[in-house]
Write a protein that binds this ligand. Structure first.
Ligand code: IPM
Ligand code: MG
Length: 362
């Protein structure tokens, strides 16, 4: 073992607390080359219950000091009535801002054996491989002023959709770099026919394109992009867009692959540091029953190896093992047909992780 890495694990709430430990089990077995040290800390609802805040100072400090952060999920009905600034989601948003994780990578890939689980017909999604690059620390999520206040005719609520030129430029560069390593096509999504901030977005992305003559850039309005994703999703290679449009489009893209339970994500800063989490939420309805699909978190761990630890071989091992267990017919409830054919077996979350570990070619 030649090198060490320090990973902070933030399981969070609901099924996050189940899937994160499963991914840690896989990680410890997938990369004998690196001496992995795991440290657990609290974020989200559990942190509210224990410390009265969704993002304790100690958690943020631990995350800052880590090589990478693996997160489960945050939120749940128990904390739904709290004011906006105290909700579990603030923990996640605080981590994104506090670590300057401006680039959110959300791949939507179809694993062939799951084509039936997609909401679209198989020929539309077979071979699907899209990467959504979502700006994560700006836009309307963080814009000021914001709030609800008393106006003349009653209360009024407001948020601010704002992007600085440099914020657009840095996310555009990340997207162009990634497109360059893939099929070389980048679609920038905006609402430049209505919103000035996204007119600027379009201008800046177009200017950055001059540095990437090998990447084919196109622009699309967000409403059309939503439609095209469910009409002909394979036209896309890489999509780059702002925080809120990316939030919405990545859930749409997720469903094309059959289940939110399959989708990993990486949130990266300008350096190597990153936070890795499944795209799905806390699924309170199935929490605590070992029903949750751990594959999105396990695939997030693969991204962690690839982007933060420079260990593409470990990432590849995990991805191959996931493909193998799906090929072998293992399905958690979310991806299992109601009447499974004879070659398909419904398993619990922990059994799925066991099978991935078994399938690792280490
Ligand atoms: C996501 C989630 C978060 C977001 C919530 C939980 C704050 O929906 O990561 O897509 O809106 O960014
Ligand atoms: Mg979302």
């Amino acid at each position: 073992m030649s090198r060490a890495a320090h990973i902070v694990v933030l399981p969070g709430d609901g099924i996050g607390a189940e899937v994160a430990p499963q991914a840690v089990r896989v990680m410890t077995r997938a990369c004998p080359e690196i001496d992995l040290k795991f440290e657990y800390a609290d974020v989200g609802g559990v942190a509210i219950d224990r410390y009265g805040t969704p993002l304790p100072e100690a958690t943020l400090a631990a995350a800052r000091a880590a090589d990478a952060v693996l997160l489960g999920a945050v939120g749940g009905p128990k904390w739904d009535d709290l004011p906006m600034t105290e909700r579990p989601e603030k923990g996640l948003l605080g981590l994104r801002a506090g670590l300057d994780l401006f680039a959110n990578l959300r791949p939507a890939m179809l694993f062939e054996p799951l084509a039936d689980a997609s909401s679209l017909k198989t020929p539309l999604v077979a071979g699907l491989d899209i990467l959504i690059v979502r700006e994560l620390t700006g836009g309307i999520y963080f814009g000021e002023p914001r709030g609800v206040e008393m106006g003349n005719g009653g209360r009024r609520g407001f948020n601010t959709y704002v992007y600085e030129e440099r914020e657009i430029e840095r996310i555009a560069r990340v997207a162009f770099e990634l497109a360059r390593k893939r099929a070389g096509r980048l679609t920038s999504v905006d609402k430049a026919n209505v919103l000035e901030v996204t007119q600027l977005w379009r201008e800046v992305v177009s200017a950055v394109a001059a540095d990437y003559p090998d990447v084919e850039l196109s622009h699309m309005y967000v409403d059309n992009a939503g439609m095209q994703l469910v009409r002909a999703p394979k036209q896309f290679d890489v999509i780059v867009t702002g925080n809120m449009f990316g939030d919405i489009l990545s859930d749409v893209a997720a469903m094309l692959t059959g289940s939110l339970g399959m989708l990993p994500s990486a949130s990266l800063s300008a350096g190597k540091q990153g936070l890795y989490e499944p795209v799905h939420g806390t699924a309170p309805d199935i929490a605590g029953q070992d029903l949750a699909n751990p594959l999105a978190t396990i695939l997030s761990a693969a991204m962690l190896f690839r982007y933060s630890l420079d260990a593409p071989e470990a990432a590849g091992r995990i991805e191959a093992a996931v493909a193998a267990v799906l090929d072998a017919g293992l399905r958690t409830a979310d991806i299992c047909p109601e009447h499974p054919p004879p070659n398909v077996r419904r398993v619990r979350g922990s059994e799925m992780a066991d099978a991935v570990i078994e399938a690792l070619d280490v």
